[in-house]
Ligand binder design. Structure first.
Ligand SMILES: Cc1cc2nc3c(=O)[nH]c(=O)nc-3n(C[C@H](O)[C@H](O)[C@H](O)COP(=O)(O)OP(=O)(O)OC[C@H]3O[C@@H](n4cnc5c(N)ncnc54)[C@H](O)[C@@H]3O)c2cc1C
Length: 467
């Protein structure tokens, strides 16, 4: 491995490689991750363009050294850990817009550009990129970047209206393990030309190649927006109401659920400047033109009344909307602010068909209460996807958290759900994926990997075991 690092240094220049202990740690360990390993990458390499990435891959391939792509480092299942050592490829110098085609509503970017910076740069055009995985600006961690977002097929609050990362990728430039440079497609917004190679790489978690450029679709910024907040007596009723909003085809930009514990935590931390009802609460965004926003708000109000919650608050004034949305925005941060020193956090992520989400959330809450652990629920309920955030202290509690999270996954699988709606598999959910899909689909995945990466160098140990 050190020989490979030396050769990369010689080829790309001294400044392109770091073996500093702190840098290695930041590229092999994450406090956000449910799993960490004892090993770290032996070096972190900072390429400037696709050709340099290809040179790195060729050298690693020559010395059979693992290659681990790294963008924002915000993934949560041990995605960029280095169980076999190897070289971490950090895309922070590849963070530019390459070409912006406003008239075609697409943009070609490098993988180290964060989705928030992208949106700031193109705001003047009246267009935006709608995939919003977090972390929010209030949290001290770098924003998710396009390379990693392709890696995990991420989504976020906007997914209920706009879909997930896979829906926004027009084409990718990818460097394979042997240094070959591949462009998956040309630039039309749709294409039926052959196998969909975009789908192969989106969600592959860096196990098939290094994304060095992506062309992404853009959407028009909505002219009008609104926010509504409505509290319910029980979490199951809140979830059922959210599902009915989707079933009735009401146009919402986001529909998010926070449980009573989360609402209490937000009040305790006091990050929003107002006091909220400590009940399960839905936070709903509306987007469109003025008429559409008004119409959707009225339809949601009628549905809320039917579910016994006639007191829906709503706002169309921009500043007041921010105040109403603030509890959703500050939810995770408030939960983290509650940590005593030494506490760890575990974030789960599961999704089920819409009709089962209310039942699953209710059962998961009961199960968590029985363990005596402290945790809360927030979720993209309109997509049947939610997270449980659990605080714990020490190994004994960790074992209980792990069991609770696993039980939740198995409950979701029994309901024809998935072990991960948006975070991905990484190291943490290998067994869950096996339980979800069984042998044959995973064998197909391994065969695809072998055909693109015969030496098994790209991010080894993630998604599935080699044998
Ligand atoms: C506080 C917090 C909130 C979050 N909220 C959400 C949410 O709402 N929705 C959601 O979906 N996720 C969420 N996440 C998870 C995370 O933000 C997403 O998984 C995001 O897509 C990761 O992007 P990244 O740039 O940080 O990727 P990284 O962590 O750097 O990498 C993720 C994976 O992609 C691979 N990869 C990175 N760059 C490349 C590349 N150029 N080519 C090929 N593979 C690559 C890596 O090897 C790794 O396997 C949250 C995380 C945190 C900490």
């Amino acid at each position: 491995m050190l020989q490979a690092v030396q050769e990369i240094r010689k080829t790309l220049g001294e400044d392109s490689v770091s073996t500093d202990d702190e840098i290695l740690l930041a590229h092999g360990y994450s406090e956000w991750s449910t799993v960490n390993v004892d090993r770290l990458p032996v070096a972190v390499v900072f390429p400037q363009n696709t050709e340099e990435v290809s040179k790195i891959a060729k050298i690693c391939s020559k010395y059979s050294v693992p290659i681990i792509p790294f963008s924002g480092g915000s993934s949560v299942e041990g995605h960029f850990s280095a169980p076999y050592g190897g070289v971490s490829v950090d895309f922070s110098y590849m963070n530019r817009i390459v070409e912006f085609h406003a008239e075609d509503m697409d943009v070609q970017v490098q993988p180290g550009l964060s989705w928030m910076d992208l949106n700031k740069e193109i705001e003047h055009s009246g267009l935006f990129f709608p995939v919003d995985p977090g972390p929010s600006a209030t949290i001290d961690i770098s924003q998710a970047q396009i390379g990693g977002m392709v890696g995990t097929n991420c989504s976020g609050t906007n997914a209920v209206r706009y879909g997930t990362m896979k829906d926004w990728v027009v084409n990718l430039t990818v460097v394979l393990a042997d240094g070959t440079i591949v462009k998956t497609k040309r630039r039309p917004r749709k294409s039926s030309a052959g196998y969909n190679l975009n789908s192969l790489f989106v969600g592959s978690e860096g196990t098939l190649g290094l994304v060095t450029e992506a062309t992404l679709k853009l959407a028009p910024l909505p002219t009008h927006t609104g926010v509504a907040v409505v509290a319910f007596p029980t979490i199951a009723v809140a979830a059922k109401m959210a599902v009915e909003v989707i079933q009735k085809g009401v146009v919402v930009g986001a529909i998010e659920i926070l449980d009573d514990v989360m609402m209490k935590v937000i009040n305790t931390i006091g990050a929003t400047g107002r006091t909220w009802k400590e009940q399960p609460t839905l936070f709903i965004k509306f987007t469109g033109d003025e008429e559409m926003v008004e119409h959707s708000i009225n339809r949601v109000r009628c549905i809320a009344e039917k579910y016994g919650s006639p007191h829906m608050e709503f706002e169309i004034d921009k500043e007041k909307q921010e105040e109403l949305w603030s509890a959703r925005k500050e939810a995770l941060w408030s939960m983290l602010a509650l940590r005593k020193s030494g506490n760890d956090t575990w974030t789960t992520d599961i999704a089920v068909p819409l009709s089962r989400i209310a039942e699953l959330i209710e059962l998961s809450k009961k199960d968590l209460a029985q363990t005596g652990l402290f945790g809360s629920i927030l979720g993209h309920v309109g997509d049947g996807n939610f997270h449980q955030v659990i605080l714990y202290d020490g190994d004994a509690e960790r074992v209980r958290v792990e069991k609770c999270a696993k039980d939740m996954v198995y409950r979701a699988l029994e309901m024809e759900g998935t072990c991960t709606g948006e975070h991905g598999v990484g190291l943490g959910k290998i067994e869950s994926l096996q339980a979800e899909l069984g042998d044959v689909p995973i064998t197909i995945m391994k065969n695809i990997k072998r055909s693109l990466d015969p030496q098994w160098l790209m991010n080894p140990g993630k998604i599935f075991h080699r044998e």
